[in-house]
Design a protein around this ligand. Structure first.
Ligand code: CA
Ligand code: CA
Length: 197
């Protein structure tokens, strides 16, 4: 009996998650994740407590029941510390890369990490990084350095290298903010010069 109840609850929670993701995607993907987190964290301590989580979801038009809310909160709070950190928040809301989106990121990584070491140096990334198709670059609003910085590779690097996991996480975030799959694929192909033709 409790098992059946559990399955029903899981489906409800999935439904809430889908709605939550759709709201965030409409607001602009990964950038809205950061904004959303800040707005939910009303006492500004860098963590989302249970009450903040409940209020925040309500403000977005989501009204889970108390049981759903508790389950959802536990799912987000993966280390069971009693509050949701920013990393936990992002991890819970990420849409995994799939289909052509996953394929193109895999292709980009293979082109960068030719010897399959699982990491690529920042210097090599920067050398391969191509911005000639970026609207901000074309408009003269951002340099190659600016754009590289916007991608956040330096922040993710350890000892001057970006790991495969970081690279995929970064593109998972970018993918969330890019509604059309063809646009995402083209962007990655141009960026790393792996156009298929
Ligand atoms: Ca807080
Ligand atoms: Ca936590």
């Amino acid at each position: 009996m409790s098992h059946l109840f559990g399955v029903g609850l899981q489906i409800e929670i999935q439904r809430i998650q889908v709605q939550f993701r759709m709201i965030l995607a409409k607001k602009g993907g990964v950038h809205s994740l950061a904004t959303c987190f800040e707005q939910m964290d009303t006492n500004g301590n860098g963590l989302i407590e249970f009450e903040e989580f409940e209020k925040g979801l309500k403000q977005l038009g989501l009204f889970p029941t108390k049981v759903q809310l508790q389950t959802l909160f536990k799912y987000y709070d993966s280390d069971a510390s009693g509050c949701i950190s920013y990393n936990e928040f992002i991890a819970a809301l990420r849409d995994p890369l799939a289909g052509p989106r996953l394929e193109v990121v895999q292709r980009a990584w293979r082109a960068l990490d030719k010897f399959e070491t699982g990491k690529v140096s920042l210097d090599h990334l920067f050398a391969q990084f191509t911005v000639s198709n970026e609207p901000m670059f074309i408009a003269g609003k951002a340099s190659k350095e600016d754009l590289f910085h916007m991608y956040g590779f330096e922040n993710k690097a350890k000892e001057g290298c970006v790991s495969k996991q970081c690279f995929f996480d970064l593109y998972t975030d970018i993918s969330m903010g890019t509604e059309v799959t063809a646009t995402f694929v083209k962007m990655v192909e141009h960026c790393w010069q792996i156009c298929s033709e």
